[in-house]
Ligand binder design. Structure first.
Ligand code: PLP
Length: 379
């Protein structure tokens, strides 16, 4: 009998202890502000259930998801793992994408809090809470748009709301939030423009806690921390400030399995489209990972991997289930069928892979394939 790990084309190791350490680091950095945890999109592809339990055990009490059903699953996962009442309080779950008409009951049933993104959503929530009677406080956040032009009350709706604050009276407004567009560019003028626009928005609304910063925003300084920060990517090891030393621990390791090794000689080509042509004798290793696993096709003839200390260039095109590497310089005892090659790890971080794939670490993480054999490390 072989194990699933032995049969898998690749092994994805997710270091929960590193996530925990990253949470504590950010928590300590922003205290006394609260540090929430953003676990939308299956915790950036890493597994919302494992990640949320880890964060809860590290002291995280407030979670953000994008979709209502992510919130429903998260509530169940916290309950299933005995994290439904840590420290005598039920963890709080906010749904960033707001209130979809007709879902009010689902929010109430699973004790989820909507992030209300328009006057329409505010009025609908207030109506629902009024109709539900005194048992329902209807805790919710309101998002204002301060420069992202994506979600949240635009300026015109904010001024309508500030001249009719009774519209907010029917439920418990916990937080006013907004989202930074350029937090990963510390010198970008929009950061301070958004900070000021956000302060003005809060002054025009009834008193509530404020939250502006994602991972990168935390590193813009104290003024950006306010009452609560909302990191996602930094928890998962992505560098919060590009081109500076990354203070976060790496969380993800991806090892692909070598299926075959072959020698090719001058003029022989590798892969679809014959885009790589050998100029002399070469040794090629074929690895059981492809674009169907989120190993992006853009890496064709661009990417790199490591075998031990040896950097091996990706040659030819990435295909659906397979990728080829030039292993000519690697000693034979390290390259044979069944040997592992490091596709993400200490030598090629998520950010480094993202750079060669023309994208950002977020997309590498959220693309991590469903076929990988996943191993969760706790210490
Ligand atoms: C995704 C998201 C975050 C987390 O962003 P990171 O850059 O991953 O830290 C915070 N706030 C909002 C509104 C988001 O959509």
């Amino acid at each position: 009998m072989t194990s699933e790990a032995e049969r898998a084309g690749a092994i994805l190791t997710i270091d929960l202890e590193a996530i925990s350490a990253n949470y504590r680091r950010l928590h300590d950095q922003v205290a006394p502000a609260e540090c929430a945890g953003v676990v939308k999109a299956n915790a950036y592809g890493l597994g919302a259930e494992h990640v949320a339990i880890t964060l809860a055990q590290a002291g995280c009490r407030t979670f953000f998801v994008a979709l209502i059903d992510e919130g429903v699953s998260l509530r169940r996962a916290l309950e299933d793992h005995g994290q439904d009442n840590p420290g005598g309080h039920e963890p709080t779950i906010y749904v960033l994408n707001g209130l979809i008409k007709g879902t009010e009951r689902v929010f109430a049933e699973h004790r989820l809090r909507p992030v209300l993104n328009s006057i329409g959503e505010i009025d609908a929530w207030a109506q629902f809470v009024r109709d539900a009677g005194p048992g329902q406080q209807g805790a919710a956040a309101v998002q204002v748009d301060t420069g992202m032009s994506r979600l949240g009350l635009p300026k015109i709706e904010l001024s309508i709301l500030s001249s009719a604050p009774s519209r907010l009276a029917g439920f418990r407004l916990t937080h006013v939030i907004s989202h930074l567009a350029c937090a990963d560019e510390p010198d970008h003028p929009l950061n301070h423009a958004q900070l000021e626009a956000f302060a003005a928005a809060r002054r025009s609304l009834p008193p509530a806690a404020g939250s502006l910063s994602n991972s990168s925003g935390i590193f813009l300084g104290r003024a950006f921390h306010m009452d609560m920060v909302r990191p996602g990517s930094a928890l998962y090891g992505v560098a919060p400030v590009p081109n500076r030393p990354n203070p976060m621990k790496q969380v993800v390791r991806l090892q692909g399995k070598i299926l075959q090794v072959r020698e090719i000689d001058t003029h022989q080509t590798v892969g679809y489209g014959a885009t790589h042509r050998a100029e002399n004798r070469k040794k090629i290793a074929t690895v059981a990972v492809g674009y169907a696993d989120g190993y992006l096709r853009y890496l064709s003839n661009r990417g790199n991997a490591y075998i031990g200390e040896f950097r091996v260039p990706l040659v030819g095109r990435v295909s659906m289930d397979l990728t080829t590497f030039d292993v000519t310089d690697v000693p034979d005892h390290l390259v044979h069928p069944g040997a592992m090659i490091e596709l993400i790890g200490d030598d090629i971080t998520v950010d480094a892979l993202a750079a060669s794939a023309g994208t950002i670490g977020y997309e590498i993480l959220t693309s991590l394939g469903a076929r990988y054999h996943r191993v969760y490390r706790r210490r």
